[in-house]
Unconditional design. Structure first.
Length: 199
């Protein structure tokens, strides 16, 4: 986390944007699961969904160029690669879900290498390296704290019965530094910088 994260600035993160086709598939999934009418589940707006590689917290405007340069160094020598969305799951478990997610498959070895390089390139700029191993996933919903154990078990049974099988593909040819502005209606994302992988 950026040491300046508590002092204002631009709330930001580095991510891979998803193609519209994948967003449509995930929107369909959330609509189907949402029919169960669990008031303790908050679904993510699928128009805003992305694959986060590094959450930066609040950064000063003057640091955007430095972060973009670190991103360029991280992608140097890396060519585009393919990912795919896969199974439906939950953290910490399907039986007691707190976060509902879609897994990411495909060339995950190259994704992990990219994430590690981004992480290490940002250390000289004051960002602490991630302590937890990077687990590629797309968060599609969060379970509110007031959900009872029985609520969570019922939701877990729904997730286990639904499953998810998708041909969705993600062509990774760039990474983006995004601004996240929090509003009562939900976050508004805007692009700060984009770095392309070598063809």
């Amino acid at each position: 986390m950026n040491p300046l994260s508590g002092q204002g600035g631009i709330r930001s993160f580095i991510a891979i944007e998803l193609p519209d086709e994948v967003k449509r598939e995930l929107s369909q999934l959330s609509r189907e699961l949402g029919k169960a009418k669990y008031p303790f589940v908050k679904w993510v707006d699928m128009e805003n969904i992305h694959l986060t590689l590094k959450f930066l917290g609040n950064i000063p405007q003057g640091q955007v160029a430095e972060i973009a340069e670190a991103m360029k160094q991280a992608v140097r020598g890396k060519s585009p690669f393919q990912l795919e969305i896969s199974r439906l799951g939950a953290f910490p478990s399907v039986n007691q879900p707190r976060v509902i997610w879609i897994g990411v498959g495909g060339e995950t070895g190259r994704l992990l290498e990219l994430q590690r390089d981004i992480d290490s390139r940002l250390v000289p700029l004051g960002f602490a390296p991630e302590k937890q191993p990077f687990v590629p996933h797309l968060t599609v919903a969060r379970v509110r704290e007031n959900a009872s154990p029985d609520d969570r078990k019922a939701l877990g049974r729904l997730l286990a019965s639904r499953g998810f099988d998708s041909p969705g593909r993600i062509a990774v040819d760039s990474i983006k530094l995004m601004k996240s502005q929090l509003t009562p209606e939900g976050p508004i994302y805007s692009l700060l910088s984009v770095v392309t992988l070598a063809k």
